[in-house]
Design a protein around this ligand. Structure first.
Ligand SMILES: *Cc1c(COP(=O)(O)O)cnc(C)c1O
Length: 426
């Protein structure tokens, strides 16, 4: 497609957009001047679906009217609430319902899965991760490694881009995995790097990890609800994600966890246990001796947090209604390509501003990360004053993420105009 920078062109793309009506299903926060903001920050916190309030209200009603009986009766008995969410959550990541459970928060799930899948021995104890990974992932791994008696500097190996490059090459990741060979216990990468927006080739990395006998897991915080995935077919061992970014399920919302079907009936796999992971048929017999549920559900510790899960349920329903991840992705690729076009046509020197996100659509999701070498904070404030919400990552990156469910081509076009005005003034 050849893009044009004009409002008319953007309006014509919006008119043809099969997802255009979904914008009205969200609350768009106001800009400083009272008009709708241009919200490009779904990579950090997705917007509130209008259906979320009613979904939570339904559970308030159940609590009000049925109290303890709400666990067993009503439209969505709380005892089984997590089972209701698994099929839709599984569709988002390309998994079977048995492989997915919705529970806890992301970092908590990361720990629970590492307990099972990072099983170091005296000779095979290394973990491979991205250099500069999201801090929570760094701390989680550091503490896991120490828990097993290893020194983080010794056990954690970080992947860094080649000099002069901003993103990792798949062949370099594969080569590092081969080099570590028998010493590599686990590979843990983001599905998408939060800083650069780079999508990793999860299938290739999983193959490479398995070839040397390592387990392979992904933190999908920036991938879930953003790109299409096929965790089951890719043979990924484990994964987890938050639901408040591209899955619009509210601040601190619930999280998803994936454990491949291969492990569904490996009941002796080491894990931390709680009664909600116990075989549901016997859970209330209160017997001694933990007997896990098959599949990812066997990693649950505690009875589910119904209110955040109710929001997630409403949000997942919107993804399905929109036609699932393939429909979202189709628009997303074009929306982000349009933003990229508008930035590139400013022809700013790389010494001033660079897009560090890969330009091949398959190697990125919604987000573009702009590395602003000069006056980055000023540009960010200029965008904010014009009602454009992105986010700022120290030391000098602005992340802008047009989201296919609620952003329009006109949002992107106006962002281009505001950037052009800034570039002219610079
Ligand atoms: C957003 C994000 C987190 C946040 O973790 P929480 O447990 O949800 O607070 C962790 N890791 C990555 C890669 C993230 O992008």
């Amino acid at each position: 497609m050849t893009f044009e920078p004009t409002p008319d062109f953007a309006a014509s793309l919006d008119a043809q957009d099969p997802l255009r009506d979904f914008r009205d299903r969200f609350h768009i926060p106001p800009a400083p001047d009272g008009s709708e903001s241009i919200y490009l920050c779904g990579n950090s916190l997705g917007l509130l679906p209008k259906t979320a309030r009613a979904a939570v209200e339904q559970e308030f009603q159940a609590w009000e009217q049925r109290a303890v009986e709400g666990h067993f009766h009503g439209a969505s008995p709380w005892m089984h609430y997590h089972e209701m969410l698994a099929p839709a959550a599984a569709r988002v990541v390309g998994a079977k319902p048995l492989e997915v459970v919705v529970m806890n928060n992301l970092t908590t799930n990361l720990h629970l899965l590492l307990i099972s899948f990072y099983r170091p021995t005296a000779t095979r104890y290394k973990v491979l991760m991205e250099g500069g990974a999201f801090p929570s992932d760094q701390y989680a791994l550091e503490s896991q490694v120490k828990l097993h008696g290893f020194a983080p500097d010794e056990a954690i190996v970080e992947l860094l881009p080649r000099p002069g490059e901003h993103t990792l090459r798949t062949e370099d990741i594969e080569a590092k995995i081969q080099e570590l060979g028998d010493s590599l216990a686990t590979v843990l990468l983001g599905g998408i790097n939060y800083y650069t927006g780079q999508v990793f080739d999860m299938a290739a990395i999983t193959r490479a990890g398995h070839a040397v006998g390592a387990t392979v897991g992904f933190d999908l915080a920036h991938a879930a609800g953003n790109i299409e995935m096929h965790l089951h077919d890719w043979d990924v061992d484990f994964a987890c994600w938050c639901t408040y970014k591209y899955l619009n399920s509210g601040p601190g919302g619930t999280s998803g966890a994936f454990v491949h079907e291969r492990f569904a009936y490996q009941f002796d796999l080491p894990r931390l246990a709680g009664w909600w992971g116990h075989d549901a048929k016997e859970r209330f017999q209160m017997k001694k001796g933990f007997k896990p549920m098959p599949g990812a559900a066997g990693w649950q510790l505690a009875n589910g947090q119904i209110f955040p899960m109710a929001i997630h349920q409403a949000s997942l329903a919107l993804v399905d209604e929109a036609g699932g991840m393939s429909a979202l992705r189709r628009k997303s690729e074009q929306l982000t390509a349009y933003l990229e076009f508008l930035i590139r046509r400013l022809q700013l020197p790389a010494t001033q501003l660079e897009i560090i996100t890969p330009s091949e659509p398959a190697a990125r999701g919604c987000q573009l990360s702009l590395l602003v070498h000069q006056n980055g904070r000023q540009l960010f404030d200029h965008l904010a004053a014009a009602g454009i919400v992105g986010d700022w990552r120290e030391p000098n990156v602005i992340r802008l993420a047009p989201v296919p469910l609620y952003n329009s081509y006109r949002d992107v076009q106006r962002t281009g105009e505001v950037l052009a005005a800034w570039a002219k003034a610079e």
